[in-house]
Design a protein around this ligand. Structure first.
Ligand SMILES: [Fe+2]
Ligand SMILES: [Fe+2]
Length: 361
């Protein structure tokens, strides 16, 4: 359905479609569902999808870009690679994979905590152009709330964090999950997080987002833009993780429930398209607008977007990414060291490496 309607209420942006069938796993109700034809319908998508399409169409119609980052700006392969991961699982070495899937679920939950840190604000006061008919004008009227609900669930419905745990339990046949899998994480939980996850001493924190803010623009606006870009880059990186996980856990040779794993990962990916869509659109809108400075002047919104782009890409793809990679390989190394056939598996793992960074020794 296409529409040119540009204004929505908070309730509309949170409205679920009419599902013909819901999805449950181990007594847990997952968000989203199927229509009568068996097509997956994301949660809160009755108006959200058409709204994002309409705002994006408005930008494109005016001749503006509707994206601020190209998806391939964050093109990094997942480690261990798919063949390495499958080899580990075929040999019963499920520990590293259990950790990786647990971490993915935990980080999905961080998304909601991060979004809740963003204080509601009257964005219009910072901008010269009217925003009632834009994506930006709806951030605090449902879009951010819906996004947080998608990541961490709402009411009795599970969101992405628990959906990943369900994928883990289904594909790896209920592997033991120990508390240490929540410790020493390479990414620190955002302030306000109340779960079991604990960061490693050198973990990346949200503090890095405060670096380099300009002093002539309201800090809350700059932090909002930084947070949106940071989350957008995480979402774009996640596509690579999802493709990898779907390939590995969707293979019946090494997955106890390949169909459920593949379908659920696909549903999550469909939900993430909405997040990427509104973040790209809102940020692209800002890049066309004019921002009021605290001293009574103005600057192009594009200046804020460009600065936040650089900061997010530096934070997400450089040293942080390498650290996560080292962390994963160390887990594989430790698991194989304790495996009765560890030497052979280590050699096989290294033989499957397609680049030096994927090898254990
Ligand atoms: Fe998610
Ligand atoms: Fe997301």
């Amino acid at each position: 359905m296409t529409t040119t309607r540009l204004r929505y209420t908070n309730d509309e942006l949170l409205t679920d479609p009419a599902y013909a069938e819901r999805i449950e796993r181990d007594g847990v109700l997952l968000h989203g569902g199927y229509d009568a034809d068996g097509q997956y319908l994301p949660p809160r998508s009755t108006f959200r999808l058409q709204a994002i399409a309409a705002w994006t169409g408005q930008l494109a119609g005016a001749g503006h870009p509707s994206r601020v980052i190209e998806p391939d700006a964050v093109d990094r392969a997942f480690v261990p690679n798919t063949e390495q991961a499958k080899m580990l699982l075929r040999n019963g070495a499920t520990g590293a994979m259990t950790r990786i899937l647990t971490l993915i679920g935990v980080v999905e939950g961080f998304g909601n905590d991060g979004i809740k840190l963003i204080p509601a604000m009257d964005l219009q006061q910072f901008l010269v152009e009217p925003i009632d008919d834009t994506c930006l004008g709806h951030l605090f009227k449902g879009l951010l709330e819906a996004h947080g609900n998608d990541e961490a669930g709402r009411g009795n419905e599970a969101g992405h964090d628990q959906m990943w745990f369900a994928v883990r339990n289904a594909a790896l046949a209920d592997p033991p999950v120990t508390l240490d899998m929540f410790e020493n994480l390479p990414i620190a939980p955002p302030p306000g997080y109340q779960g079991p996850a604990k960061p490693a001493p050198e973990a990346i924190t949200v503090g890095g987002m405060l670096d380099g803010l300009r002093d002539d623009v309201a800090p809350e606006l700059q932090l909002l833009v930084r947070a949106m870009l940071q989350i957008l880059v995480i979402e774009l990186l996640a596509y690579h993780t999802f493709a990898w996980a779907s390939e590995v856990l969707g293979d019946p040779a090494c997955s106890a429930d390949a169909d459920f794993a593949r379908a659920t990962i696909d549903h999550i990916r469909t939900d993430e398209d909405i997040h990427v869509g509104y973040l790209q659109c809102g940020l692209a809108e800002l890049a066309t607008m004019t921002v009021q400075t605290t001293g009574g002047g103005t600057i192009p919104g594009a200046d804020l977007v460009d600065a936040a782009c650089r900061s997010a890409l530096d934070n997400q793809t450089g040293a942080r990414f390498d650290r996560i990679l080292d962390y994963r390989l160390a887990q594989v190394r430790a698991e194989l060291a304790a495996h009765e056939d560890g030497q052979r598996l280590t050699a096989e793992f290294d033989a499957l490496a397609s680049q030096p960074a994927e090898a254990l020794r």
